[in-house]
Write a protein that binds this ligand. Structure first.
Ligand SMILES: [Zn+2]
Length: 235
């Protein structure tokens, strides 16, 4: 950093400066596969059945928005302040932890995001809760019986208009096996963004609104139209 342009509040400067670290509270939520209600799409799994990663996470409401995910610190063997808050009388937007089973997929249907950017054939994290995992395990066994794998299998996926339907879809119809050489990138995404982060959780806890300003009804937490309410794994 040069002395001429350096201000005391700057971390670094230049396009080759240090941009590592703090990914913000949204974590990997922007790279998660989600479907609109009453829609269908096509996906290819890049992860085989036995390789799905199972972990605990919390969903937290920040500045009025859900969809902020934090790994439970108990996965590191540490006391988890998010668990303590979620189970308290004043959870302040912190949901109880639940299990997810994570894989990488390719999302085949072209779509345009809110900023106008067009997405096609991009890899996404597929985060399934317990009910979806049961469905997928049956799909996986069908592929094994056919002498194939879930990895590189293409499925047509549908999500119903049910308020409590899983955001990753509820109906999976096998289409065909795909030659990975035909894909732009058939490698799995980096799962390290799911790692529990004690420093980030500490910052988060410090930034949450007070119990008084938040309102402290535990049932306030679950938003309509997400799959947070139906198949959370109790512990
Ligand atoms: Zn926790």
């Amino acid at each position: 950093m040069s002395e001429e342009t350096k201000a005391p509040w700057m971390l670094d400067e230049g396009l080759d400066g240090d941009m590592s670290g703090d990914a913000g509270f949204r974590g990997n939520s922007m790279t998660r596969f989600r479907m609109k209600k009453a829609s269908d799409t096509s996906i290819i799994f890049l992860t085989d059945g036995p390789k799905f990663r199972i972990l605990w996470e919390h969903e937290v409401k920040i500045a009025g928005f859900y969809g902020n995910f934090f790994g439970c610190l108990q996965m590191l063997g540490l006391p988890c302040p998010l668990c303590q808050l979620a189970l308290s009388e004043a959870p302040r937007g912190v949901g109880k932890r639940y299990k997810i089973c994570v894989a990488t997929i390719v999302h085949l249907t072209e779509y345009t995001d809110k900023k106008g950017a067009v997405h096609k054939n991009e890899r996404r994290f597929f985060c399934a809760k317990a009910a979806t995992v049961e469905i997928l395990n049956r799909k996986y066994r069908s592929r094994v019986e056919a002498g194939q794998t879930l990895k590189y299998a293409m499925y047509k996926v549908a999500r119903t208009s049910n308020e409590k339907g899983a955001a990753v879809g509820e109906d999976f119809e096998f289409v065909k096996m795909i030659d990975p050489a035909a894909l732009p990138d058939a490698t799995e995404l980096d799962y390290s963004t799911f790692a529990p982060n004690p420093a980030l959780v500490k910052t988060l806890i410090g930034s949450l609104p007070s119990a008084e300003s938040f309102g402290s009804k535990p049932d306030d937490f679950h938003p309509p139209g997400t799959d947070s309410t139906d198949d959370s794994v109790k512990y």
